[in-house]
Design a protein around this ligand. Structure first.
Ligand code: ADP
Length: 623
């Protein structure tokens, strides 16, 4: 293959432009990014060599090397890891395959405000152009004897040529450094002291040696301590060390909310460092965002994003596990079935639960912060993992009618008046709307607290939870809501009979008119000031659930589930309706049904008709 020149994709051009012309701070992070890439490349080669004995030349000792040259103004960062084929160079370095064009605008925006985030977006390599006017990559894939020489000045194109790499497998990144004006205050990246301190700052725990020719002596110096942080006793690790390690694992520069560092001993031995982040990463809810823990076996990195070590409702947890029991030859397929892995996962899950419980009990403010970021994710565990329900239910927080702060179920139960039997909840989209809901009228009067559930997932949570401490969870929007004591019921019985009789013909008329929409019309016991409301039959899905299902596009063809219209016999309207003509009663039935829909936050099937009817009514009331 002769030397060729190719253009960067439009996205990369934009990114390069940003690197070269707009980023002034944090230039030093290029070194962390390139060392991190080199370390990953060694991890990959080491892992592949476990199953492919002839991959490495004899006596191959893995290392990363820094070679500064002050006279030539160059810095070389090299590794003897897996290397890249020429196709891989094009794929990994010439395009932004993984990010996609749409996402890209967002990435560019984010980097502009916080350049230190660059590693997070899988474009760390390009940070070299913040400090270099020319970047040369010389790489050779392990197990091959052709190398690729890639070169660019960041001006929109790059050249590629096939040239064997003298050192064999691995990658060298050769930076020709820019000259910066004094007032730009950029460090001299050919100064060994500068490099040493940067390695200490960002890359000390990298598990492969980072070497450099000694500044005073001719022998190699190793710049990083390579301490496996997870093997140290937790008391000996500083917060800064945890933070660096967290950044290395996740590329996330947000603060850590909670660190869990522990060693399991006994039947199963492993060390683990787990982090609960303080904030959602930028791409948390995107489909392609990855999750899972890094897995090491006897200090050898095996794989990142190992999902078998965590249940998916704990996917916000980052970190690593180092097992001494697993075989070095584990593959993703084996992991799924491995009993030890299941054990580790169980153990880790319990540990996370107890940490969260501890946070809830001892630092409520932090727990509430955690909850606002990851609560909806954690809640997924209720309907999906019945084995952990007992522990999970203690961690749930809910909005409620009784307090501005969120409440636990435990706290709710402790506030229940003696005559209250069940735990009440209502689901919907909007807190203030729920708080005003007519369904709450009688409960408020009785001073019964109601949980206000506004997350989509809550519909499933209530179906999975069913009860807490022998108290049933009851929707206030379902038929048969039973709020009265037996004495209250007895005293109301006669009144009820009387009302049912009094309104029987009106009820019949309403039923007939609304036949297509409701399955029954009943005298309500839950309303005090609102004339009507719609309730769901006990075994039917709630209105909110039906709304969610139809939003997901799965409601079509399923047939409409009719509900029950409850009328408030104490509302003066009904007394008046009794004496109206049959035709008018029919019209009012329609209007009241529409009101009931509006009250619960549903949409009217025919808003134009509703407006017309209201206008007619206004005209009639004036004449
Ligand atoms: P990231 O490292 O976040 O994936 P980069 O832009 O830094 O993003 O690198 C893109 C890809 O190029 C890497 O995922 C890796 O496959 C490849 N790569 C980068 N540096 C090296 C290296 N030193 N050795 C082998 N492959 C590398």
């Amino acid at each position: 293959m002769a030397k060729t020149t190719q253009n960067f994709s439009a996205e990369i051009k934009e990114l390069l432009d940003l690197m070269i012309h707009s980023l002034y701070s944090h230039k030093e992070i290029f070194l962390r990014e390139l060392i991190s890439n080199a370390s990953d490349a060694i991890d990959k080669a080491k892992f592949q060599s476990l199953t492919q004995a002839d991959l490495l030349p004899t006596g191959h000792d893995f290392h990363i090397r820094l070679e500064p040259n002050a006279e030539a103004r160059t810095l070389i960062i090299s590794d003897n890891g897996i290397g890249m084929s020429s196709e891989e160079v094009v794929e990994f370095i010439g395009t932004i395959a993984r990010s996609g064009t749409k996402r890209f605008a967002k990435i560019n925006e984010a980097i502009k405000t916080s350049p230190e985030l660059i590693g997070q977006f899988g474009v760390g390599f390009y940070s070299s152009f913040m400090v270099a006017e020319k970047v040369v990559v010389h790489t050779q894939k392990a197990g091959t004897d052709t190398g690729t020489l890639w070169e660019s000045t960041g001006d929109g194109s790059y050249s590629m040529d096939q040239v064997p790499r003298p050192e064999g497998m691995g990658t060298s990144v050769i930076l020709t450094l820019k000259t910066f004006a004094k007032e730009e205050d950029v460090k001299d990246f050919t100064d060994p002291w500068v490099l040493k301190s940067l390695v200490k700052k960002y890359s000390d725990f990298i598990s492969h040696p980072i070497k450099m020719k000694g500044s005073e002596k001719p022998e190699d110096e190793t710049l990083n301590s390579q301490k496996a942080l997870w093997l140290k006793p937790a008391v000996e690790v500083t917060q800064d060390e945890y933070k660096d390690f967290y950044q290395h694992l996740t590329n996330d520069w947000n603060d850590i909310l909670k660190t869990i560092h522990y060693k399991a001993e006994g039947t199963m031995e492993f060390s683990s460092v787990l982090f609960i982040p303080s904030k959602k990463p930028w791409n948390y809810n995107y489909k392609e965002s990855t999750w899972g823990l890094s897995l090491y076996v006897k200090r050898v990195f095996i794989m990142g994003d190992c999902q078998d070590l965590l249940p998916s409702y704990l996917r916000f947890v980052k970190g690593m596990v180092d097992s001494s029991d697993l075989s070095l030859n584990v593959s993703r397929e084996i992991l799924q079935k491995d009993r030890q892995v299941t054990q580790i996962r169980k153990n880790i899950t319990n540990k996370i639960f107890s940490s969260l419980k501890d946070l809830l009990q001892n630092d409520r403010v932090q727990f509430e912060n955690f909850w606002s970021e990851f609560g909806p994710t954690l809640k997924e565990g209720i309907p999906t993992d019945s084995t952990q329900k007992d522990k999970l239910q203690d961690l749930l927080l809910f909005h409620s009618t009784q307090s501005d702060r969120m409440t636990t179920l435990e706290e709710y139960v402790s506030r229940m008046p003696a005559e209250q039997k069940d735990i009440y909840f209502i689901t919907g989209d909007d807190l203030s709307q729920l708080n005003q809901s007519p369904y709450l009228e009688k409960l408020k009067e009785k001073n019964f607290e109601v949980l206000l559930l506004v997350d989509h997932i809550d519909e499933w949570v209530t179906q999975g939870l069913l009860e807490f401490k022998d108290k049933k969870l009851v929707s206030v929007a379902k038929a048969g809501l039973d709020l009265d004591t037996s004495e209250e019921k007895a005293s109301k019985d006669d009144e009820r009979k009387m009302l049912t009789e009094k309104y029987s013909s009106l009820i019949e008329k309403f039923k007939k008119t609304l036949e297509a929409d409701v399955k029954d019309v009943l005298i309500s016991d839950r309303l005090t000031s609102t004339p009507v409301c719609l309730v769901t039959d006990e075994n039917d899905p709630s209105a909110q659930m039906q709304k969610i299902i139809s939003q997901m596009g799965k409601g079509e063809g399923g047939g409409k589930i009719k509900r029950i219209l409850e009328i408030n016999p104490k509302h003066p309207l009904f007394e008046k309706t009794l004496s109206a003509s049959e035709e008018q009663q029919g019209e009012w039935a329609e209007l009241l049904y529409a009101q009931a829909l509006l009250n619960e936050g549903s949409q009217l099937p025919n808003p134009a008709k509703f407006s017309r009817q209201v206008a007619d009514l206004m005209i009639r009331s004036m004449s």
